[in-house]
Design a protein around this ligand. Sequence first.
Ligand SMILES: *[C@@H]1O[C@H](CO)[C@@H](O)[C@H](O)[C@H]1NC(C)=O
Ligand SMILES: *[C@@H]1O[C@H](CO)[C@@H](O)[C@H](O)[C@H]1NC(C)=O
Ligand SMILES: *[C@@H]1O[C@H](CO)[C@@H](O)[C@H](O)[C@H]1NC(C)=O
Ligand SMILES: *[C@@H]1O[C@H](CO)[C@@H](O)[C@H](O)[C@H]1NC(C)=O
Ligand SMILES: *[C@@H]1O[C@H](CO)[C@@H](O)[C@H](O)[C@H]1NC(C)=O
Ligand SMILES: *[C@@H]1O[C@H](CO)[C@@H](O)[C@H](O)[C@H]1NC(C)=O
Ligand SMILES: *[C@@H]1O[C@H](CO)[C@@H](O)[C@H](O)[C@H]1NC(C)=O
Ligand SMILES: *[C@@H]1O[C@H](CO)[C@@H](O)[C@H](O)[C@H]1NC(C)=O
Ligand SMILES: *[C@@H]1O[C@H](CO)[C@@H](O)[C@H](O)[C@H]1NC(C)=O
Ligand SMILES: *[C@@H]1O[C@H](CO)[C@@H](O)[C@H](O)[C@H]1NC(C)=O
Ligand SMILES: *[C@@H]1O[C@H](CO)[C@@H](O)[C@H](O)[C@H]1NC(C)=O
Ligand SMILES: *[C@@H]1O[C@H](CO)[C@@H](O)[C@H](O)[C@H]1NC(C)=O
Length: 814
Amino acid sequence: MSPALSKLVLGILLSASASAQDFGSTRGEDSFSYVQPLDTVILGPYGHVPPVYPSPNTTGAGGWEDAMAKAKHFVSQLTLEEKADIVTGTPGPCVGNIVAIPRLNFNGLCLQDGPLAIRVADYASVFAAGVSAASSWDREILYQRGRAMGEEFRAKGAHVALGPVAGPLGRSAYSGRNWEGFAADPYLTGVAMEETITGYQDAGVQATAKHFIGNEQETQRNPTADPNGTVTDVLQESVSANIDDRTMHELYLWPFANAVRAKAASFMCSYNRLNGSYACENSKALNGLLKEELGFQGYVMSDWGGTHSGLASIESGLDMDMPGGIGLYGMAFDAGSFFGGNITAAVNNGSLATSRLDDMITRIMTPYYWLGQDKDFPSVDPSGADLNTFSPRSTWLRQFNLTGPSSRDVRGNHGELIRRHGAAATILLKNEKNALPLRAPKSIAVFGNDAGDDTQGFYNQDDFEYGTLSVGGGSGTGRLTYLVSPLAAINARAAKDNTLVQQWLNNTLITTTNITDLWIPAAPDACLVFLKTWAEEGLDRESLDPDWEGNKVVDSVANDCNNTIVITHSSGINVLPWADHPNVTAILAAHYPGQESGNSIVDILYGDVNPSGHLPYTIAYNASDYNAPPTTAVKTTGKYDWQSWFDEKLEIDYRYFDAHNLSVRYEFGYGLSYTTFELNNIEIERLVDNISSKPEAQKIEPGGNPVLWDIMYNVTIEVTNTGDVSGSAVPQLYVSFPDSAPAGTPPRQLRGFDKVHLEPGDTQIVSFELARRDISFWDIVNQDWLIPEGEFTFHVGFSSRNLKTSIKATPVSI
Ligand SMILES: *[C@@H]1O[C@H](CO)[C@@H](O)[C@H](O)[C@H]1NC(C)=O
Ligand SMILES: *[C@@H]1O[C@H](CO)[C@@H](O)[C@H](O)[C@H]1NC(C)=O
Ligand SMILES: *[C@@H]1O[C@H](CO)[C@@H](O)[C@H](O)[C@H]1NC(C)=O
Ligand SMILES: *[C@@H]1O[C@H](CO)[C@@H](O)[C@H](O)[C@H]1NC(C)=O
Ligand SMILES: *[C@@H]1O[C@H](CO)[C@@H](O)[C@H](O)[C@H]1NC(C)=O
Ligand SMILES: *[C@@H]1O[C@H](CO)[C@@H](O)[C@H](O)[C@H]1NC(C)=O
Ligand SMILES: *[C@@H]1O[C@H](CO)[C@@H](O)[C@H](O)[C@H]1NC(C)=O
Ligand SMILES: *[C@@H]1O[C@H](CO)[C@@H](O)[C@H](O)[C@H]1NC(C)=O
Ligand SMILES: *[C@@H]1O[C@H](CO)[C@@H](O)[C@H](O)[C@H]1NC(C)=O
Ligand SMILES: *[C@@H]1O[C@H](CO)[C@@H](O)[C@H](O)[C@H]1NC(C)=O
Ligand SMILES: *[C@@H]1O[C@H](CO)[C@@H](O)[C@H](O)[C@H]1NC(C)=O
Ligand SMILES: *[C@@H]1O[C@H](CO)[C@@H](O)[C@H](O)[C@H]1NC(C)=O
């Protein structure tokens, strides 16, 4: 039996057995030691997936009832072949395409990458990456960014935007795609997901929450194909993320719950396996967690080539196969599809119930009607088809009539927004001896190959040597229409002060030369060093150091320049071994700010904007200090040998460092300002008289049991700007659970934040509204969120370790 066929057969076997046995509950199981015989057959000797069947029907809950009625009416008019078309992608002008049905006035669906720009497009903006947006800790910016991106997708004729990203969450510092997502914390990522999705969808574009779930590394994310076999013959299966139930709920699923609550139209299941079963055919994840527990009403699409079976995936909750072909990344369209013609065959031979197929389409069409995409939706810009290297015209199997003007400029005034967002996301890590802001310096020197103009084009360049880095690579990149480099922006700004600007952009030269031999006529007032760190989809990072000998560049400059200011453009975590060097007076982490990069950093360097970014992860002293490295060095050849055990459970990033009381260089939530802030008068108001430990079971709404989102407490605090310049503070609330919470509960967890702009001397009250979920843990026995008995402490401060004050409360007495 070929693996594909065996999966189809076992899929049927599974769904048949599901009604006979109650596998739905994971009562009492918190380890992988419990392996069911059935799973042993399906998944090899590893993992345990509690089967959850059948796949639940959509109900239109949460305000989609009218749209669902329209979708059902639409479904009722479809032939079986048309139904198969709607759930199966096909090569076409967009990276994902659902064909039109002209007789029903349905123009098809255009799905486009990605999380920071509409990628396959000209005359579109490149926004700040997710890691930058999260560094702003600013709900308004997160919303505006999503909204502006959504406007561009829509104007280019894209119905579905393939973003935002909450997986990877950032379990490992090395994951190649962390920058596409937001923060190594579920709460901050959850807020970012909610704001971004609302922004996209307010602009009339469907959001896709991805990659669901456990996609915490790139290495072996896809199976290794047998070079001598057919496209479905596998030598080694993809890496399996083996995640216990509590960790799943409290870390990885958490931000996706926010995404469902924000009514994300679609979810994309990920490439990796979960507990041994592919994420796109894992019934516990798709039917159980997503559709039942979280009440997701939209549709699940596969990542490109992430579908590994037909019926087994459909029964497990997959609703749309993307891009539709079989093979790695779905490229082999000529080999057919697990869906497509197999759908019609499976309905005709009775193995696939029409009701399940109808539900798949109802889920796909409901958000389409809800967002009004049936009315006046712009046509797909024909220029996108010319830029689409994934499915160029020569690969198209179906007819696409491309109408409307080509190369539409959809950028509007988004450049201004991107400049502002880039500055608001820049994190000031160190600032001594009044190094920043610059005050009309007489002479400055600019160092590093990240400072200047790009020399190898504006699209998805692999870690190029010369030129500034503003985005990462892969499907999450963007095509720049212009790029303001730091050097160009510095030159423009310096001209206003008649500042002398010298520049050395060759890192090899800088690291092999005595700097004092370079500059004239005397040491500059400030030396600006620009470093970069590339990351891309498909590869994990090998090091947490900046690229191109960045550390040596800093050492070389700091040896001879007593005012060395380092700026990093990076995908995420860099350990900064030179951070304590007395001549390194300032450090700025600017991540991937998008097309206005230079202007954003100049606004910060010169103090036109006061820095207010905060770290969305922890910077340790040493790369080896981090917990949970990716699984890489599997040298054996067994089919199921790629196993990634999430044994660290909740202990990722600051949760780990705090649990073990380890010193770090710059902690999660950290970030400086040119002014100073104070916190005073913390207060807490209890909003519910009788708080039960267990939530009352109510009808599931998008986001899960609605009771979980009820506000239990309101913590308020006064924030004052005690310095001389205006600026924005980011007060943060961290919760410490009572001792009665189960072992493994992190000492402190982020459960609230706000960003407030204050003039010098001004005070404002900030409030943190704590929902039931915020003060609950996931109880594996009850299969529910419980509030532990005893006293909670709510800490408020300016980072996870700079906690200024706290207040206690006992929601449930012992
Ligand atoms: C993974 O396995 C654990 C332990 O058996 C189980 O509790 C959990 O529900 C499983 N999750 C998935 C998605 O299969
Ligand atoms: C979904 O709805 C159809 C038709 O209304 C019904 O036959 C089917 O049993 C339902 N499926 C589930 C899982 O409830
Ligand atoms: C593929 O076939 C060639 C020629 O028979 C053989 O040398 C090679 O080992 C095979 N590769 C694998 C991975 O089986
Ligand atoms: C059906 O799926 C199989 C893989 O199981 C594939 O080889 C075949 O081409 C598919 N058929 C169609 C019509 O797409
Ligand atoms: C029904 O069709 C599907 C899709 O082609 C196929 O995988 C399955 O084996 C068929 N089942 C039967 C019982 O013929
Ligand atoms: C494309 O245009 C032709 C001619 O107007 C029409 O017959 C056909 O149905 C259109 N196809 C699609 C997919 O819209
Ligand atoms: C960079 O500097 C090194 C060392 O001086 C030199 O060998 C190399 O040619 C330079 N590269 C460029 C592009 O000028
Ligand atoms: C660089 O040259 C200056 C002037 O000759 C000297 O004082 C300094 O020690 C040298 N620095 C290094 C790192 O060699
Ligand atoms: C700092 O820079 C000065 C030059 O301004 C240099 O003399 C000194 O050695 C440097 N300090 C260190 C620790 O490198
Ligand atoms: C650097 O050295 C110069 C010359 O000795 C001195 O005037 C200046 O104050 C120093 N700057 C810093 C930031 O230490
Ligand atoms: C960093 O960790 C490595 C490996 O454990 C160790 O060899 C090295 O000394 C550490 N460096 C620092 C600065 O602690
Ligand atoms: C929390 O307090 C703030 C400030 O007083 C207030 O504006 C807000 O409405 C309160 N929230 C709730 C849920 O009571």
